[in-house]
Design a protein around this ligand. Sequence first.
Ligand SMILES: Nc1ncnc2c1ncn2[C@@H]1O[C@H](COP(=O)(O)OP(=O)(O)OP(=O)(O)O)[C@@H](O)[C@H]1O
Ligand SMILES: [Mg+2]
Length: 331
Amino acid sequence: MIEPLIEIKSLNVDYGLGDEAVHAVRDVTLTLHRGEVLGLAGESGSGKSTLAYGMTRLLPPPGVVAGGEVIYHDPERGPYDVLSLTNSELREFRWAETSIVFQGAMNSLNPVHRIGSQLTDAIKAHDPRGSRQAREARARELLNLVGIPGDRMESYPHQLSGGMRQRVMIGMALALEPKVVIMDEPTTALDVVMQRQILGELVQLRERLGFSVLFITHDLSLLVEFSDRIAIMYGGRIVEQAPAKQIYTDSLHPYSAGLLGSFPALRGPKRELTGIPGSPPDLRAMPTGCAFHPRCPKSFEPCAQEIPVLGVPDAPGGSDRTVACWLHPVR
Ligand SMILES: Nc1ncnc2c1ncn2[C@@H]1O[C@H](COP(=O)(O)OP(=O)(O)OP(=O)(O)O)[C@@H](O)[C@H]1O
Ligand SMILES: [Mg+2]
């Protein structure tokens, strides 16, 4: 049975307060299940990072969570709302349950310390009781896990390639034996071949170690290949969410189709690259109705009038997916 691990319910995140507030995440409802790889895609500025920071309460000011719940189904303690944890409870939650690899993470390795000591420090912070030898053995094991020979422990970050630094960051994230790994576009600085390789390794590790992954990128073709389910964001909202296969073979939202047509598929049948005309909306001056309607090739009368609700489409094979589009009546 697929159990929920994190249920995001009606989450709203703003930058700033009052009339000046920019609503970067709007009414997002999304579930990450135990053991799954959930991909989150959308153009730059669609709110993907804001969602990741908001749900883990790592939002830098002037970001504020303006409403909603993030229910974490803790296997030991039962479900609780991450947004209502006290600061000390929150620290425990972060270390024990979630690891985040940030956008541009490979540059956050400390340039003046060897890889090995950065890893053993992370392990020590997680479990201060172990011996030094045990920590070193664990660091070596983590490096091996992400495909880096153990003798690289002695290297400084600048002595590694970009892809290797990225792997070290993933190793650091796994040092904490997390239940959830959130990767916010960790691979954009790398070439596509390297991105695929790293994501492929992560998916295999997930199978062995049993964590769940929220993987954020704007390259939908990468997600189609590696994730179980995909959620697509536009203008701060989820516009479609479905099993990866369905997004690839019969996406319902015209924006999903546009995104699919913006990146070359590395496998499977060739697609014509069409891109999406126009540019993402300005959050300070959102279009009326569906935010995508000014760019949508299928826009019709209701689209400019009212925001479509995200719901289960009233179509065959629909129960596993949701869409917010006037073309698709929802139950
Ligand atoms: N500190 C801030 N103050 C005001 N607005 C912000 C701030 N940080 C982000 N935003 C706005 O919030 C929106 C969402 O930003 P976010 O970084 O979540 O997008 P993203 O989907 O992660 O984009 P990218 O793919 O470029 O990483 C953007 O329109 C951005 O301009
Ligand atoms: Mg981002």
